[in-house]
Design a protein around this ligand. Structure first.
Ligand SMILES: Nc1ncnc2c1ncn2[C@@H]1O[C@H](COP(=O)(O)OP(=O)(O)OP(=O)(O)O)[C@@H](O)[C@H]1O
Length: 650
């Protein structure tokens, strides 16, 4: 029932009452008028009207508009109502003979809803027999609406069909990358297009064969620059490239090798490659790989991550010669924040010659798009200072391809995206404004997984996944059991917060018997670097970390990953466990689960396409011998924390 809007009067009790009375009086007046009218109408007039209508009907048949049909139906409803009313009237007349013709106003007002209901019922029947879409509102003979209420509902409950996910073709049918690294190694000399100098460098760095992702992606990037740096194939803009391959599958070399090969032919030093990464550690790692393969050439790699002062980075990026700024960098490796700072505050930092924009850990970078770093980069790339407006190779922000949009050839900007958990959400990918993207993926989502609500990813082939059922109080003991008894080291242990990492670090340190370090944003960049180095060199068998070390960090020889706190998101899980079983090697990942976490967590991992996570139960007897010492350590820890807090605040 929809209440009528009756103006903006005050909604007091008295005003509502007076409105009801006014409405009642109006309705009574209408009833009287209708009664008068119906008695004055003779039966002959009705017949005449019906005959007229019959004469008109054949003319309009077949060309009736929907409105006309509605009118006809309304007339039918009205006439049937009229007939009913006549019957009613005659019965009322009969009654009035018995009771005397002195029916009170109240009695008459009772008749109104009866009449309206019967009319509505009649109208409903009529509606059922015709198109249900034509909604009727019974009308009085004077054309005014008899009722202002619409009856809603009456729909039958239907089971809703599950919506099938439909992906754009480029996402649904990617170029497939083999997941099994060991059995799909391709000798480096068999991959076409790589120059002799680079082949020698690869060999010198112990690379004899390419991993599947490298064997697929390197030729694809080289092909897109087959016409040189300044033009795409056939003079057109080259396709952007997206790569989704498991952790540790060698994605870094897949972009470093072709980019270095292409730049080796450049004459003037300009920023032509920009690699953007989410953290300083990752930027440093990628910068190191670029430096390895540009060594001995004139190519310059500069890192801008905030590790050095802004002025020092400015000096590394450009110099003024003869009053003109000259770039000192060919390849810039940056974190988004510092990059935006240089675009806005460093007038000598130019991206006008940028050819490749590499976005590593792309899904994470999309999530960080609120920083609008990509918009700033795009603006900087297509910023045309006055003097280059006339240049043949001036850059214009590309729009849709039409005949009118044919423009002079210009340096194309090609985006290269890499991630182990690249999103398949087209809405998110749209933020990157990709040009005819080409996807290389080891997850073929176009088939069996396409209807799943959760995205599926690929896990490294050599990874063995386990979950360890435990209670909150036994978690630290199990870590100690793993390290001291089972000799699971080097082990990288993840907690969900800085505080948890610090607490566990203190506890293990106090317990003794194992060298331990912590890694989190609490440490400054140089401390973090040293910690990672010590861990990699085997000086520290247990590193307790927050998610700061979960993504991209390539630490050689991590045998075991321990999720001390279960990760909340599947992407976090995939990146954490991906710190082991890298480059085709074997590794194990253990996730500690409280009873309440088990069901949801195991479901999440299975849905993500995990080949299988096994139960690893630690028997209480196995921990018993450590319990007394553990209790003492806990008491000691209480004192240590107390003195630490006291020292901090005094
Ligand atoms: N062709 C190769 N032969 C031998 N080792 C390789 C080869 N390619 C890469 N590697 C090594 O494999 C390890 C993992 O490579 P990389 O860091 O590029 O993986 P990734 O796919 O980027 O991983 P993540 O997704 O975790 O960032 C590195 O230590 C690297 O040196």
């Amino acid at each position: 029932m929809i209440n009528r809007y009756l103006g903006e009067e005050e909604d007091s009790e008295s005003s509502r009452e007076s409105r009801s009375r006014a409405l009642l009086a109006k309705l009574q007046e209408q009833v009287k008028a209708r009664e008068r009218q119906s008695t004055s109408n003779t039966a002959d007039e009705d017949d005449e009207e019906q005959r007229k209508r019959k004469r008109e009907e054949p003319e309009t048949e077949g060309v009736q508009s929907e409105n006309e049909r509605k009118t006809d139906l309304t007339d039918e409803v009205a006439s049937s109502a009229k007939k009913k009313k006549k019957q009613k009237k005659s019965s009322t007349e009969n009654e009035s003979v018995n009771t005397g013709d002195k029916a009170s106003d109240n009695e008459k007002s009772v008749e109104i809803p009866e009449t309206s209901e019967s009319v509505l019922e009649e109208s409903k029947k009529t509606e059922e027999s015709v198109d249900p879409q034509i909604s009727q509102e019974p009308k009085a003979e004077d054309g005014s609406s008899q009722t202002t209420f619409h009856i809603l509902g009456g729909f039958e409950e239907k089971t809703v069909q599950k919506v099938k996910r439909v992906l754009p073709q480029w996402l649904a049918q990617p170029d497939v990358i083999q997941r099994d690294i060991k059995n799909n190694l391709i000798p480096i000399s068999e991959v076409p297009g790589i120059c002799l100098t680079l082949l020698k460098k690869l060999e010198a760095n112990g690379i004899q064969s390419f991993f599947p992702v490298q064997a697929e992606v390197i030729p694809a990037i080289l092909e897109s620059v087959s016409s040189g740096l300044l033009l795409g194939p056939g003079g057109y803009r080259p396709r952007d490239i997206c790569v989704s391959a498991p952790t540790g599958s060698g994605k870094t070399l897949a972009f470093v090798i072709p980019v270095v090969q292409v730049l080796s032919k450049r004459v003037v030093c300009e920023v032509r490659v920009l690699a953007v990464l989410p953290t300083k550690e990752l930027a440093q790692q990628v910068s190191k790989v670029f430096s390895t393969y540009t060594e001995g050439t004139s190519l310059k790699v500069v890192m801008i991550t905030g590790q050095k002062s802004f002025a020092a980075e400015q000096t590394a990026l450009s110099e003024i010669r003869g009053g003109v700024s000259h770039s000192l960098a060919d390849i810039v490796v940056a974190t988004p924040g510092r990059l935006v700072d240089h675009i806005n505050k460093n007038s000598n930092f130019s991206l006008q010659h940028l050819r490749f924009l590499i976005i590593d850990e792309a899904d994470r970078m999309i999530d960080g798009m609120h920083q609008s770093w990509l918009t700033q980069v795009t603006k900087a790339v297509y910023r045309n200072p006055g003097d280059t407006q006339t240049s043949v190779f001036r850059r214009i922000l590309p729009g849709p391809i039409t005949v009118a949009s044919l423009s002079p050839p210009q340096i194309p900007l090609q985006k290269l995206l890499f991630s182990a958990t690249l999103t398949q959400n087209p809405e998110k990918l749209q933020l990157l404004d990709l040009h005819q993207p080409r996807l290389f993926s080891s997850t073929h989502s176009g088939t069996e997984t396409s209807t799943q609500s959760q995205e599926a990813f690929n896990f490294p082939q050599g990874l063995a996944e386990y979950y360890v059922p435990c209670t909150l109080s036994k978690k630290p003991l199990i870590i100690l059991h793993f390290l001291l008894r089972l000799k699971f080291s080097p082990a990288l242990c993840f907690t969900n917060s800085r505080e948890a990492a610090h607490r566990l670090y203190l506890l293990v340190k106090l317990f003794g018997g194992v060298e331990v370090a912590e890694f989190s944003s609490k440490l400054n960049p140089s401390e973090r670097q040293k910690t990672l180095k010590d861990f990699e060199q085997g000086k520290i068998p247990l590193l307790i970390s927050t998610d700061a070390a979960a993504r991209g960090i390539d630490i050689n020889g991590v045998k075991c990953v321990i999720n001390y706190d279960a990760p909340q998101y599947i992407r976090t899980y995939i990146h954490r466990v991906g710190r082991t079983a890298r480059a085709g090697k074997a590794g194990s990942a253990f996730t500690f689960l409280l009873e309440v976490q088990e069901k949801c967590f195991l479901q999440m991992v299975r849905d993500a396409g995990s080949p299988g996570i096994q139960r690893h139960f630690v028997k209480p007897q196995a921990l018993r011998s450590m319990e007394t010492h553990y209790e003492q350590t806990l008491a000691e820890l209480g004192c240590t924390v107390f003195f630490q807090i006291k020292a901090k605040y005094t």
